[in-house]
Design a protein around this ligand. Structure first.
Ligand code: GDP
Length: 403
């Protein structure tokens, strides 16, 4: 099963986050409380260098409370402020504000030493799609200022949401892609709805879930899906189909049992494993199996190592991409400079007649329009390429680009 992919639009989202992060003192990193390790983006540490950080375990109402407590403690031991919330609750904003102040204490002290008092702390929210960013921003603002939904957000104009005068939150969240090299992480992400499961084999995903639940939450499946079996046995119905399942892997055999118990049958009366798998996955995503967590603390250290390795690989990749982009920009700057030199010389001589004048709207002074280009021809035509990144923060057009 291959769930490793990195769509192009996420590269844009990442660039936008890089731009926005310059404007803030700290980052509120949202993770899904059911998978607080698997839902962390490997690049977040690199992106947040020099910024304060608070980890928010969202959707805590769907997660196993005991495990959420363990994970919160795990982050705290690592020196990261962490708090679990139901992002839909108004209270979430207030709780997080206190943590933001705590995380920003150093920044406030620095400001004070420089004679700056009362400047609000600026924060931004970042996390993978569907983790609850927009919902949290709404709770923080205490009003429906951000559109929420089940699709990764649409970016709007930049705005700050001010709360209590001492904290400001950027209303545009940073969207991070859940990059992962480990296929199990991909399955966990799919089971909480963080990535689309169309790219996965549903039966394989459901069998993984069944095996996990049997090990971590014994009884969870029996109670919900197999309760009807006992009465059928009492009634002494037909030959026991489980004898036929005896040779199958236990997780798959249980999937078939669930299909039978829920009367999910194909035309010939055979259990419909596909429908049973789809039902299980959907129930898991929507919290209908109960409050469960799909990450385990005992895997934390190994997962952290993998996350850091993935981040290092990504950093190298990015450096290579940036280098390529720099070279390409330099090449095209060189070639268009010479092309501009030729065409402007040719275009100016037969003034009025040439195609050049036709390209410009008539009626206004061609000269004044050509003015800045004449003085500073190349750079005015290609401002973004010149500095290749250093000036990106100033470029309104690149910031406004949606994803
Ligand atoms: P975004 O893509 O990160 O902005 O995610 P959204 O804020 O749009 O939330 C995605 C879905 O998760 C929506 O249906 C929200 O109602 C739901 N949601 C967000 N936070 C929570 C939470 O803490 N608990 C529960 N149960 N659902 C949540």
């Amino acid at each position: 099963m291959d769930v490793q992919w990195y769509p192009g639009h996420m590269t844009k989202a990442r660039r936008m986050m890089e731009e926005n992060i310059r404007l803030v003192d700290l980052v509120i990193e949202l993770v899904d409380a059911r998978i607080p390790l698997s839902s962390r983006n490997p690049d977040i540490d690199a992106l947040c260098t020099g910024k304060g950080r608070v980890v928010l375990l969202c959707k805590a109402d769907l997660a196993d409370p005991a495990k959420t407590e363990e994970f919160t403690e795990y982050f705290r031991k690592k020196g990261i402020l962490a708090v679990a919330v139901d992002a839909r609750e108004r209270r979430a904003g207030e709780v997080v504000r206190r943590y933001v102040q705590e995380a920003g204490r150093e920044k406030i002290a620095k400001d004070r030493a420089r004679g700056i008092v009362g400047r609000p702390l600026r924060a931004m929210v970042a996390g993978i799609p569907n983790v609850g960013k927009s919902t949290f921003i709404n709770s923080f603002a205490g009003r429906a200022s951000t559109k929420t939904g089940n699709k990764p957000g649409v970016t709007r104009g930049k705005q700050w949401i001010r709360l209590g005068g001492d904290v400001e939150l950027l209303d545009t969240p940073g969207i991070l892609w859940p990059k992962f090299d480990n296929q199990v992480i991909g399955m966990r992400l799919a089971l909480v709805g963080a990535i689309r499961d169309e790219i996965l084999d549903k039966q394989e995903l459901a069998v993984w879930l069944i095996n996990y639940l049997q090990a971590e939450y014994p009884g969870a499946l029996q109670g919900r899906y197999l309760a009807s079996e006992a009465s059928e046995e009492d009634a002494g119905t037909a030959a026991d189909p489980e004898d036929q399942d005896a040779m199958l892997p236990p997780g798959y055999a249980l999937l078939l049992r669930i299909a039978r118990a829920r009367s999910l049958l194909m035309k010939g009366g055979e259990p419909d494993a596909d429908r049973a798998a789809a039902m299980l996955i959907d129930d898991c995503k929507n919290g209908r199996i109960g409050r469960i967590s799909l990450d385990r603390l005992q895997d934390a250290e190994q997962m952290e190592e993998e996350r850091l390795a993935s981040a290092a690989a990504r950093k190298q990749e990015k450096e290579k991409e940036d280098e390529e982009a720099r070279k390409k920009a330099a090449r095209s700057a060189g070639s268009s400079r010479s092309a501009a030199g030729k065409s402007s010389a040719g275009g100016r001589r037969p003034a009025g007649k040439s195609g050049d004048s036709g390209r410009r709207p008539a009626g206004k002074s061609g000269d004044s329009r050509r003015g800045p280009a004449g003085k500073n021809g190349d750079s005015s035509r290609r401002p973004a390429r010149k500095d290749n990144g250093a000036g990106r923060g100033k470029s309104g057009s690149s910031r406004r680009r949606g994803i």
